[in-house]
Design a protein around this ligand. Structure first.
Ligand code: DCS
Length: 481
């Protein structure tokens, strides 16, 4: 028989090459165990509502009214919804062309893009053009759109931090480009050294690869560090010298758990640098409704803002966005609500602040409990989670554990994480899914389990880890950085 289009052997090789550990072997095993009735703590994905976080009331009221506009005609609507939610629902409906059931412009609703631009002006102190803001189905789709536009083939390189969130490695292989790694330094709190970037570019050039873009994740996933202003300006200067587009993944900008290094956007640093940088460096920055105290992952809302991108390139990005007709319209309303929150004096303001502060303060405590918990374990060292939603401890595996993993046909950190899962139900992602230096092992867990469950989870981790170490330890050396 003639081969058929979807026969495995004839699939697009780029599709087959893609790896995505966040939903990989550990996740599949955890799902199996759950089916068998084992209680699983899913700390593999940064999905706050799945771990019990309650949605903020006000945005849900607004979107509920937008979804059911007939409620607005009900004489009792004022008994069911606060006046500010009713006003906001009417406002957003007036911005759509036919409510939530109608496609929007493929860049998103113009009125919401204007609200994003106003937010960026307030945040950074520099004007932002709504025409250069595209709304997307989560930040993921935006990142994929931009990478797809940049990558022409295997000789195009994208500088990506290692460890990194595997959206980047996966999308780069899907589009047939080449990932050029730059290593974050664990002993320097996952900082990055511009000299390493230069080396990475020259090594790539030596192999015939032209580096065209650089990704930063700030705050970092899985590493949790917040980049300083000085570091960001060094990076931007480097991008200027090398002619690279900077892709600034800033989805965790609200998730900050220390006061020394508040979030500062790449756009603000770039504009502060003045010409020639502010006029020349091409920057695309990404944001989402999935993170922060919103955690509305399932809504799939995001945006990207383009700076110094030539109009003809913007037109091409618009054209390709148009193939998918329109981003999610309800998610666009969430984005509008996120960037244009309630103000003091609004009826729902107090409740909104109470809810959002409660979430952030609790995340801050959980970041501390986790880091301290990991650091109290045998052969585990962990940098403090300064921001984002993850803890990324290094696990110093004894040589015997590495041998045992090899004979089980597993990568050592996968072996450790599988044992952890079987023993405790804690479902993590092995560090190898994010990239790490040779011979060094990690795992990633989210800091999202409920605060009251945290001590028990850390205790159960410690019990497992210390037992594991005891089982495999001998007098020879360890894996270490
Ligand atoms: N960028 C980073 C750094 C992320 O961590 C995520 C999601 C995204 C982009 C995409 O988010 P949205 O598409 O939902 O906007 N983080 C995943 C993770 O590591 N765990 O859960 C989801």
């Amino acid at each position: 028989m003639a081969p058929k289009g979807l026969d495995y052997e004839h699939l697009n090789e780029n599709v087959k090459k893609v790896q995505y550990a966040v939903r990989g072997e550990l996740y599949l095993r955890a799902s199996e165990l759950q089916k068998e009735g084992k209680k699983i703590i899913f700390t593999n994905v940064g999905n706050p509502h799945a771990l019990g976080q309650k949605p903020l009331t006000f945005p849900r009221q607004v979107v509920a009214l937008c979804q059911a506009p007939f409620l607005l005609d009900d004489p009792n609507v004022g008994l069911m919804f606060p006046a500010d939610a009713i006003a906001r629902a009417k406002h957003y409906l007036s911005l759509t062309s036919g409510g939530l059931g109608a496609y929007s412009d493929s860049r998103g609703i113009p009125g919401v893009r204007k609200e994003v631009a106003e937010f960026l002006l307030r945040r950074d102190g520099y004007p932002s053009d709504p025409e250069l803001i595209f709304l997307t189905d989560g930040a993921s789709k935006g990142v994929m759109q931009i990478l797809n536009t940049i990558i022409r083939g295997p000789n195009d390189g994208i500088l990506v931090p290692v460890p990194q969130y595997p959206l980047y490695s996966a999308a780069i292989s899907l589009f047939g480009g080449t990932l050029v790694p730059y290593y974050l330094e664990e002993t320097a709190n996952w900082g990055l050294d511009v000299n390493d970037l230069r080396n990475a570019v020259s090594q790539a050039q030596f192999k015939g690869i032209t580096v065209r873009a650089m990704v930063i994740i700030n705050p970092g996933n899985p590493t949790g560090q917040c980049l300083s202003e000085a570091n960001l300006s060094e990076i931007l200067r480097f991008c200027y010298q090398e002619g690279l587009v900077l892709l600034g993944d800033e989805v965790y900008q609200q998730n900050i758990y220390q006061d020394e290094r508040p979030f500062i956007s790449s756009k603000k640093v770039l504009m502060d640098m003045g010409p020639p940088y502010s006029k020349e460096v091409q920057l695309v920055s990404f944001h989402t409704v999935s993170k922060g105290y919103w955690g509305e992952c399932g809504q799939r809302g995001g945006y990207f803002e383009m700076t110094n991108i030539p109009p003809k390139s913007v037109d091409e990005i618009y054209k390709v966005a148009s193939i998918a007709l329109s981003p999610n319209v309800p998610a666009q309303i969430f984005m509008g609500l996120m960037v244009n929150p309630l103000k003091p004096g609004d009826v729902s303001y107090e409740q909104f602040i109470r809810e959002s502060k409660g979430i952030l303060e609790s995340l801050r405590k959980r970041a501390r409990i986790m880091t301290d918990g990991f650091n109290s374990c045998r052969n585990v060292v962990c940098n403090f989670t300064e921001g984002a939603m993850y803890s990324f401890p290094q696990i110093r595996l004894p040589p015997k554990a590495i041998e045992a993993a090899k004979s089980a046909g597993k990568v050592p950190d996968v072996f450790y994480c599988l044992k952890l899962l079987e023993a405790t139900g804690i479902s993590t992602v092995p560090g190898s899914g994010f990239g790490q230096k040779e011979g060094v092992f990690h795992l990633r867990t989210t800091i999202l389990p409920a605060e009251e469950d945290m001590p028990a989870i850390m205790e159960s981790f410690k019990k497992f880890n210390d037992g594991f170490m005891k089982q495999y330890e001998d007098t020879r050396g360890y894996s270490r950085m």
